[in-house]
Design a protein around this ligand. Structure first.
Ligand code: NAP
Length: 488
């Protein structure tokens, strides 16, 4: 397939911001569609996004690997149901190389400003590059900017302290006294990998989690060989997992669903494996399963019962040179303190400066909270598209599948621009507002509002995510509705 040609057609220069999963995808699809003038600006010194930044021990993806793969690049060689982070990073690097993305990436170039002037986006990067382009694809990630806890004395800690997404691999863990703050998916994965080698392991829990026991089995060489020899079987594995995940996603949008009851029961049975009653009760969540993002682990409770592991539930009072002091007066002496305290989930393209039509500043548009039409575009910001933008289906689907569907939608708009005669396209305010009103209404019926704090919730306590089924997402995103866009 090539870019459409007609009398009014024109060659577009496209910039993709970010060389993570979504940026690699967008570049592959643009080039495949015939857009040859595509450059990727990447602020890091390496491609890979999340999988470059997160290198903590135990890192894996809790979406099964055969689903967490591009649909067009299935991988027969996945080692596990949930393969480890370095393998996932290597997968993205390999695909980027094979599809010619790597050569288009300009590393160490953080886009600092994009301004729409005279029908083009003018780009400035940290490396001093100035570029003028027709279309911008922001693939800047979602859970990207680490959130540091506001704890008194944190700077005074005499040992090593770092965020889970900024792991310091020079710090030895063997025989060390390690503390981890947080009990999200990240902290639980770290716990499974680090507790066994630490002399003492302290997990600081502010809120107990629901933990789903899912085994992580290894694919045998025979199984991998079968996948290699039978591409259809490989595709089928992807499809089966997509259907299973669709079921899970369908459950969480309806807090009274049978699926939710089943998930809750499985987690409760898992909790019953904690033999000590007092510990079991301290690990018992007091809100509904799925309200926070469900944690998946084959061994969390087993690890928490090891003799060198302590669960700390007294609130953190402050940090001091020797460790973490809790409100009950106990000093938890530590050599290493890991902050598995999550991310600023509402940052999206920020802090990049984005100035649209008539000097409209995205920072002002999003001063209250970020918003976008179907998560992909913002009124007044023509030819600027986002993958995994605000209020999209994040957290309960495979983000790759989401990105593929969103980009297929965006690509249709870009192809229309290339065809002409229109040179600019952006959603209408009315379309964005109508979508947002429906979204907010539907979100009130989801499991995410049943009484917990989580990164899903915006400043009003409304889930900043897609509150409908995955089928509906696929349907709505199949083709852009012309009446939702204005063109020039
Ligand atoms: P998170 O889910 O936001 O968890 C942060 C944890 O830190 C929570 O337990 C929170 O407690 C705690 N915390 C934050 N500030 C604190 C403070 N001042 N004092 C004490 N505790 C504090 O972050 P995450 O674990 O990094 O995970 C974020 C998301 O990344 C996940 O939900 C998931 O979507 C994604 N992720 C995915 C995978 C995967 O395998 N696909 C792996 C890791 C992460 P409260 O609960 O009380 O707020």
């Amino acid at each position: 397939m090539t870019a459409p040609q007609s009398d009014s057609s024109r060659a577009l220069r496209v910039v993709v911001i970010g060389a993570g999963m979504a940026g690699i995808l967008a570049t592959i699809k643009l080039v495949e569609a015939g857009f040859s003038d595509v450059t990727v600006y990447e602020k890091g010194d390496h491609i890979g996004g999340t999988w470059r930044d997160n290198t903590y021990p135990g890192i894996a993806c809790d979406v099964p690997s055969h689903l967490y793969s591009y649909s067009f690049a299935p991988n027969p060689d996945w080692s596990h149901t949930f393969s480890p982070g370095p393998e996932i990073r290597a997968y993205f690097e390999r695909v980027a190389e094979e599809y010619g993305v790597t050569d288009r990436v300009r590393l160490g170039e953080a886009v600092q400003r994009c301004e729409y002037l005279d029908g083009r986006w003018h780009i400035e990067t940290s490396g001093g590059t100035r570029d003028a382009v027709d279309v911008v694809i922001a693939a800047t990630g979602v859970l990207h900017h680490p959130k540091y806890p506001d704890l008194d004395g944190l700077d005074s800690f005499a040992g090593a302290v770092f965020h889970s997404a900024r792991w310091d691999h020079s710090v030895p863990l063997d025989g060390a006294r390690v503390g981890v703050i947080g009990t999200g998916s990240t902290a639980v994965q770290i716990t499974g990998a680090v507790a066994a080698c630490a002399a003492q392991y302290s997990l600081f829990q502010r809120t107990a989690q629901w933990v789903m026991p899912v085994a992580n089995s290894e694919y045998s060489e025979e199984e991998r060989e079968q996948f290699r020899a039978n591409p259809d079987q490989l595709m089928q594995a992807h499809e089966n997992l997509a259907i299973a995940f669709g079921g899970f996603a369908g459950a969480v949008i309806d807090s009274e669903s049978v699926g939710m009851a089943m998930i809750e029961r499985m987690c409760l049975e898992n909790l019953e494996t904690v033999r000590d009653e007092a510990l079991r009760e301290r690990l018992r969540p007091t809100y509904r399963a799925g309200c926070k993002r469900l944690v998946v682990s084959p061994n969390f409770y087993e690890t928490m019962q090891q003799p060198n592991v302590e669960l700390v539930t007294s609130e953190i009072a402050h940090v001091e040179p020797g460790g973490v002091r809790t409100e009950d007066g106990v000093l938890h002496e530590l050599d290493v303190l890991v902050l598995a305290t999550g991310f600023h989930a509402d940052a999206f393209v920020r802090p990049m400066g984005v100035i649209g039509e008539d000097g409209k500043d995205l920072a002002d548009e999003w001063a209250e909270r970020p918003n976008a039409y179907l998560s992909v575009a913002v009124p007044g910001f023509p030819n600027f598209f986002m993958i995994n933008g605000p209020n999209g289906p994040v957290g309960n689907f495979s983000l790759i599948e989401v990105a593929e569907i969103q980009f297929a939608y965006i690509l249709q708009l870009v192809e229309q621009l290339a065809e002409g005669p229109n040179r600019a396209v952006s959603p209408t305010v009315a379309a964005m507002d109508a979508h947002e009103a429906a979204r907010v209404e539907a979100a009130q019926h989801s499991i995410w509002v049943t009484g917990c704090q989580s990164w899903y919730l915006d400043d009003r306590g409304i889930p900043a995510t897609w509150p409908w089924t995955f089928d509906r997402f696929r349907e709505v995103m199949a083709t852009p509705d012309p009446s939702a866009f204005e063109t020039a």
